[in-house]
Design a protein around this ligand. Sequence first.
Ligand SMILES: Cc1cc2nc3c(=O)[nH]c(=O)nc-3n(C[C@H](O)[C@H](O)[C@H](O)COP(=O)(O)O)c2cc1C
Length: 184
Amino acid sequence: MTQNSIQTPPLCPSKIDVLTAIRERRSIRRYSPEPIEEDMLNCVLQAGLAAPTAMNRRPFHFAVLRDRQTLSKLAAGKKHAWMLSEAPCAIAILGDKQVESRLEHLYADCFAATQNMLLAIHGLDLGGVWLGVSVDSEWYELITKILELPEQIIPTAVISLGHPRESRPVPDTWEPEKIHYETW
Ligand SMILES: Cc1cc2nc3c(=O)[nH]c(=O)nc-3n(C[C@H](O)[C@H](O)[C@H](O)COP(=O)(O)O)c2cc1C
């Protein structure tokens, strides 16, 4: 159901710069029961909609899930999605195969939006985690059924989010052996 009829949300300044957000972001799986404020949610969605896409086709759609029963059913449908049972909100990142028929581009576009939203979530002092949706998994089928997705719309990822009830240290991810110059 499309129900967000607001005009373009104003820019939400984040307290941290983009590079700090990228370095600091961690997967946050524990949340307080507090709901996500509407303007914050719109800033997150806006970040998703600002992602780059192949040929600027913009094949993504985002389903905002706040219904407790829906979140619980999704939590029960996949072992590693347990945090949805206490999350106040989730966003399903959906791709339209009719708008982008090259699947590698469809997934790349949806994942660019997913990461943008995770960074926005962190920048807004919220917490979130990317939940993968394997193609033709039982969870893929469950999401398709619960969200009543039409044939051309595929679920590519789910973000679980809320006000954080845990904080996680920033690891050292600098691995020089993974950087190559000119040749392998
Ligand atoms: C494609 C993808 C699928 C993921 N699926 C899950 C998942 O199903 N459940 C989960 O708890 N975390 C999931 N994660 C989060 C990863 O576990 C997490 O990003 C990784 O452990 C690194 O931790 P960090 O995000 O805190 O840096 C997924 C991440 C990606 C990119």
